[in-house]
Ligand binder design. Sequence first.
Ligand SMILES: [Cu+2]
Length: 254
Amino acid sequence: MLLGLILLLVTLAGCLLFLFKPAWFPLPISAEAIAYDHQFSRTLWICGAIFVAAQLLLAWTILRGRQRVNPAGLAGSRKLEALWTGGTMAVFLAMAVLGSHSWAKTSTGTAGKEVIRVWAHQFAWNFHYPGPDGVFGRTDMKLISDASGNPLGLDPADPAGKDDIVASTLRIPAQRDVVLLLHSRDVIHDFFVRELRTKQDIVPGMEIPLELRVDTPGTYEIACAELCGLGHSQMRSVMIVMPPEEYARWKARQ
Ligand SMILES: [Cu+2]
């Protein structure tokens, strides 16, 4: 009896937490983030409904009390088993297909887009812009020197690198397609902006593209989401999304 009541209370408290949302996600700032949120609420509603139904059934069974049933007289039902196994499978597959739509949108290709290299290292971020010539200067691991202000190892002998911009905060234009090319100088890091609902691992030796298009100007935190060493928790920066004209002015000033 008591167990049944506790179960009902816990289920009710769980539902209230989701209905009143004392803590919830920050606002989504891109179409992908909105699609992700829709998929998340769909999953939550379906799983939540099944969870509540199962708990209510369990509570009802407990509250009804024990009945003396001859165990030999209990028989399983193949039909019922096939029904809920099939049902679970159908729901699972349907959600997987719906979810894969939001993933499929993350295509690659840099033509006509704002291309910025992101360099992660223990424990900081650097952002590399090609400058007015649109060409990234050559970089060399051997030339990397944080002390002399060359965190990317830009080769001073390469003329394409003369106009390059290196910054410690990421600035991107709003309402424009942006491709971030993710690089790591040392270990695996992970580019994470909560408002984008995106986490992308950064693997040393690889250039991993991440496409985004942000609609809402503002300042958003970038965190490293891969435990990368002792200073991992300090490895953060900000992504400043600027109106396109303001972004162009900022770039011209550099
Ligand atoms: Cu990291």
